[in-house]
Ligand binder design. Sequence first.
Ligand SMILES: Nc1nc2c(ncn2[C@@H]2O[C@H](COP(=O)(O)OP(=O)(O)OP(=O)(O)O)[C@@H](O)[C@H]2O)c(=O)[nH]1
Length: 205
Amino acid sequence: MSSQRVDAKVVLLGKESVGKTSLVERYVHKRFQGGPYQNTIGAAFVAKPIQVGEKVLTLGIWDTAGAERYEAMSRIYYRGACAAIVCYDLTDSSSFTRLKFWVKELQNCEQQCKIYMCGTKSDLIEANRSIRQVDYHDTLDYAEEVKAELFETSSKTGRNVDELFQKVAEDFYNSTAFQVMTGTSILLQQERETAQRQRRSCCHH
Ligand SMILES: Nc1nc2c(ncn2[C@@H]2O[C@H](COP(=O)(O)OP(=O)(O)OP(=O)(O)O)[C@@H](O)[C@H]2O)c(=O)[nH]1
């Protein structure tokens, strides 16, 4: 693992096979491997720089395993996350039930973590609308209720994937957490400069 500094910790949560790994793969490597499904074991980490205005932030992205036997482990990964992308499969209604479980858990245990609901595999419902199992308006109502952002994405076509991560980064950039962090470093810088000035003026006497 690189020793790269991470500005914002982002965690992906959601039922197994909803497409969390594919979402990260599409976003980070711009590719989609539609081959046989391989479930994630434990969790995977990737650091990804992202431009927000004039600044480049580094997102530390944790892709967790969705299988319920790994549930306790996933809890470890959302600690201290500033954003959680909770995924559900638009063609599987049970995955939306699982999303609600994670949202409640985050609301109880990680209040400062902003929630992004991500409906995955939108290419499948574009090809055949009748296989949609999660109604858009229901998800919108729920997103409003829990103050979450809502995206429908496709890792196959890339639809909305960059937009989702861009929104995560911009929200973090505008958050008090980030302003406090950078504000502190500005204060430290000012203190250092004042100390230097004082040292210089001492030498002149
Ligand atoms: N058509 C389509 N298939 C997708 C998409 N995203 C993922 N898949 C497929 O769905 C299956 C599961 O995807 P993964 O990304 O491995 O799912 P996961 O959520 O990481 O699964 P776990 O690691 O078990 O939690 C794979 O066969 C993917 O190819 C998508 O946007 N469109």
